[in-house]
Design a binder for this molecule. Structure first.
Ligand code: URA
Length: 218
């Protein structure tokens, strides 16, 4: 049964106990072999309504073979304008946080769960995260990081498919994907700007991540 027939019967009050055919993605991803190709696919994405509002997609920046992958939530207004993640005040704090554990921004790869800015910086919707998830998993496949740092609730919950509050996720080692890449969760720098008293906890999280990273290299 087509979705159209399904909708017609439903509008006549007839219950249809047949699953709707899921809508095919508008631009299904063809297999890509490098980040530049993936970025070109992302730039054309129209899988969800966020493409209507964006100035540009924000794919992510950094070393293509980075050992550290930092994942945030979604671009904000400045990132939408520049096409780079974490360029605003929160970005400056993220850079300082990374530097505190000896990492330069150019050494890591920084990306977001969503590649387009949600209007008025609202929280990402579930279907937006679902449509964008393939891009993130492809970034992980191509970069093959040794460790992932999820910054903020949205990144942590989307990546690890959980509703656990971020405060309860801190200080633990999670893994992502078949390769079981270690994941550490910490607070979002925008939250830390509002709640500077939590910076100490975030510093602990970063040191925990560094320790796991060093162990994985030993
Ligand atoms: N916040 C995010 O989560 N990502 C950005 O790129 C900027 C701000």
């Amino acid at each position: 049964m087509t979705n159209q027939q399904h909708e017609m019967l439903a509008s006549m009050g007839i219950d249809v106990w047949i699953q709707r055919t899921p809508a095919a993605p508008i631009n299904p991803l063809v297999k890509v072999t490098n980040l530049a190709e993936l970025a070109r696919s992302v730039a054309k994405c129209m899988r969800c309504e966020l493409h209507e509002h964006r100035i540009q997609t924000v794919f992510g920046t950094g070393a293509a073979d980075a050992s550290w992958l930092i994942i945030g939530e979604a671009p904000g207004a400045e990132e939408d304008r520049c096409g780079e993640p974490f360029v605003g005040r929160a970005g400056q704090l993220l850079t300082a946080m990374l530097r505190s554990i000896g990492l330069a921004r150019e050494q890591v790869f920084i990306a977001n769960v969503l590649k387009c800015r949600p209007p008025n910086n609202r929280d990402p919707k579930e279907h937006e995260v679902a449509q964008c998830a393939e891009y993130l998993s492809e970034q992980v496949r191509l970069i093959q990081p040794r460790i992932i740092l999820a910054v903020g609730r949205i990144a942590a919950q989307s990546l690890l498919k959980t509703a656990t509050p971020i405060g309860k996720m801190r200080g633990q080692r999670y893994t992502y994907g078949e390769q079981q890449i270690p994941v550490v969760v910490t607070y979002h720098p925008a939250y830390l700007l509002r709640s500077p008293q939590e910076k100490r906890k975030s510093w602990q999280d970063l040191n925990f991540a560094k320790k796991l990273f060093e162990e994985s290299c030993a």
